[in-house]
Design a protein around this ligand. Structure first.
Ligand code: ADP
Length: 262
């Protein structure tokens, strides 16, 4: 059975998905690093070895994400908005909207039942409201990115982070550390600040939507999931691996292209 490959070359991580007959057979997620093409090529080689397939077993490769134009081995390049929409609709049929928070951008996309994009808004100009904001704060607090969610949920008195700019917010965090504020309260304040920012960005698009998917690496953070759910007043749909939704969408588009559906 021939494989279809979806590659999401993100600003922070690269995701490679192998799909056959609409099912994800294998995936890898690794830091993109300074050379996005080399990273994607090596990851595809690793994926082929791990699944014991050769280049002849690959029917097509679709690239998406910030670095998609660099992925010269791809047969097709598709925007991440289109791929996220397709991936989300395939994972949660009937989904009405997507909140995607990645390493350097956040986007809110409204979709129809087939995964077609109806409207979207994107923040790619500012680190606040993205994973970058969290990564900067993790360094200041000497806390692992995986620990942010659980720590945030254990806070009883979240601090207020009033600066919207990452650089000023970092100074606020440093002064909280100097004052001896418990780390969980600082982390909860950080999660709340990102949630508020993304909610503010997407409120217009999300109004009236009840089935909303949360994707991107930041969707692994339970503190942000809760922060957004509290503001939206509903439970978000979070896929088992929210980081690979764009790559899954790219693979789906590859499959549809082969069938002549797009
Ligand atoms: P991009 O597609 O833009 O490269 P990703 O969707 O891979 O970005 O998201 C990367 C971000 O996800 C990181 O900046 C980090 O803040 C966050 N992240 C990654 N892994 C985790 C984790 N285990 N828990 C919480 N957040 C995470």
């Amino acid at each position: 059975m021939k494989m279809v490959i979806g590659i999401d070359s993100g600003s922070t991580t690269t995701k490679v998905v192998q799909m056959s007959e609409g099912k994800v057979k294998h995936y890898l997620v690794l830091p993109t690093g300074p050379n996005s093409e080399r990273t994607a090529t090596r990851m595809l080689q690793t994926a082929q070895q791990e699944c014991n397939i050769s280049a002849d077993d690959i029917a097509t490769i679709v690239a998406t994400g910030y670095g998609r134009a660099n992925i010269s081995m791809a047969n097709k390049q598709v925007t991440e908005i289109t791929c996220h929409a397709k991936g989300a609709a395939s994972i949660f049929p009937g989904a009405q909207a997507i909140i995607d928070i990645g390493g350097q951008d956040s986007k809110i996309i409204k979709i129809d039942s087939t995964g077609r994009v109806l409207d979207f808004i994107m923040n790619e100009k500012c680190a606040a409201g993205t994973g970058r904001f969290l990564d900067v704060m993790c360094r200041v607090l000497e806390v692992g990115i995986d620990d942010i969610g659980p720590l945030s949920l254990s806070s009883s008195e979240p601090v207020q982070i009033s600066s919207t700019c990452t650089v000023f917010a970092e100074s606020e965090v440093i002064s909280h550390v100097a004052r001896g504020t418990p780390v969980e309260d600082i982390v909860a304040g950080i999660c709340s600040a990102i949630s508020a920012r993304v909610y503010g960005l997407g409120r217009r698009i999300l109004t009236g939507c009840t089935k909303i998917i949360f994707t991107g690496g930041v969707a692994k953070n339970q503190g942000i999931v809760k922060g957004l759910e509290d503001r939206l007043g509903l439970q978000l749909l979070v896929p088992p691996n929210p980081q690979i939704v764009g790559a899954i969408g790219a693979a789906f588009i590859g499959q549809e292209t082969l069938k002549g559906e797009v």
